[in-house]
Design a protein. Sequence first.
Length: 59
Amino acid sequence: MKYTELHRKIVKAGWTFHHAEGSHYFYIKDGILSVPIPYHGSKEIGKGLAQKLIKNMGL
């Protein structure tokens, strides 16, 4: 899964962009800050990491 695909899912689930630190983006929803999400352009996010992010963020 590419970052842009994951970003679409995150926004659709009600998370909003909060800030970026280097190549990692943070989102916020109901006062809860997400785990850092790596942004590396059009590169794929690892399968295991993508699954973990989806589970942790309730996507």
